[in-house]
Design a protein. Structure first.
Length: 339
């Protein structure tokens, strides 16, 4: 069966069947995409609020864009409301977006996105937990702001904090979005009121083939002798971080997301190998844009770590090239998907 019955609303949180997995043009082969959570700066250790944030790193987007262009990579900037409404973002990225050297998508941080009709708390920081009308209003306001700033309609979405809900897919379909990339497979955010993606697959699937809405999950793999049992073992280790570390050091089990934030180049290469071995058609990389300026995230604290950040990407791109994995962007992914 190629499509769910009309009586069922499309769900991002639901588990796909074998028939739901996207089949790509054989010429597409294995590709990778680079997504950037392009967002305001805030203190991750403090409670969320609507105003305690900055945008000092926005000019640094220009350097990263030039870096990607020099390597023939089209980065995908998933932009939230504070960045979208900052004229500097369009100044540094606008020409690249119009020329197809970069793409923009939507990232919804509900606590800083109008209309501000909800209480700011952890539960409401996951947009999918909001009333559907409010989630829809926030999404549309942000989408329209991005389109006005960059002159293109965004075709890809990631919920801030990966917080999709029961109505998110319908909202995206209504607004003509082609790809959701909110699912962070192998991660569980339910302890704070968010989604549980622990058992979700890594291959893209159709949320609604009829509406042309695809899920392209972020790539996180298990590595080690016990990796085939990782989905069962790793959640049980959540409260025992020392044991997780010991299993990784012994080469038994390690969870590797494809990001420079908290993941070494050596670990990323192991993750790339596992993803290719598992036959994933698309490897999805990500990071948070404030990491482009030292001192704004725990991952890049000084200029030396910023240099290491760029070296991480150089090493990853070089290794992907050796493995024959070429870059892709939203328009190429959607064009290669066989409906």
């Amino acid at each position: 069966m190629d499509e769910r019955p009309d009586t069922l609303r499309p769900q991002i949180l639901g588990m796909p069947t074998e028939a739901d997995f996207v089949r790509f043009d054989p010429a597409f082969r294995t590709r990778f995409v680079l997504t950037i959570d392009t967002e305001e700066e805030f203190d991750w250790s403090k409670p969320l609020d609507r105003t305690s944030h900055g945008l000092d790193h926005v000019p640094r987007l220009a350097k990263f864009q030039q870096f990607c262009e020099g390597l023939g990579i089209v980065p995908i900037y998933l932009i939230d409301y504070p960045v979208a409404s900052d004229p500097r973002a369009a100044e540094v990225l606008g020409d690249a977006v119009k020329a197809g050297r970069a793409e923009v998508g939507v990232q919804l941080h509900p606590w800083v996105s109008p209309p501000h009709d909800e209480v700011v708390n952890v539960h409401n920081s996951f947009a999918g937990n909001l009333p559907a009308d409010l989630e829809r209003a926030k999404f549309r306001k942000l989408r329209d702001t991005i389109e006005q700033a960059f002159g293109v309609a965004p075709q890809i979405y990631r919920a801030g904090r990966y917080g999709v809900g029961p109505e998110t897919a319908s909202i995206l379909s209504e607004c003509g979005v082609a790809i959701d990339t909110s699912v962070r497979s192998r991660f569980d955010y339910s302890s704070t009121g968010g989604p549980n993606f622990r058992d979700h697959p890594l291959k893209p699937w159709w949320i609604s083939k009829r509406n042309g809405l695809m899920e392209m999950p972020l790539t996180t793999v298990f590595w080690g002798l016990l990796r085939k049992q990782g989905k069962a073992i790793y959640p049980a280790l959540w409260r025992v971080p020392r044991l997780r570390g010991a299993l990784a050091r012994l080469g038994l089990l390690e969870r590797i997301p494809l990001t420079p934030e908290g993941v070494t180049l050596e670990e990323a290469i192991k993750g790339i190998d596992m993803a290719i071995d598992d036959g994933l058609p698309i490897l999805v990389f990500s990071f948070h844009s404030p990491s482009l300026r030292p001192g704004l995230t725990p991952y890049v604290r000084d200029e030396e770590e910023l240099d290491a950040f760029y070296d991480w990407w150089r090493g990853v791109f070089e290794y992907l090239g050796k493995r024959g994995v070429k870059p892709a962007c939203v328009r190429e992914v959607t064009a290669a998907a066989q409906v």
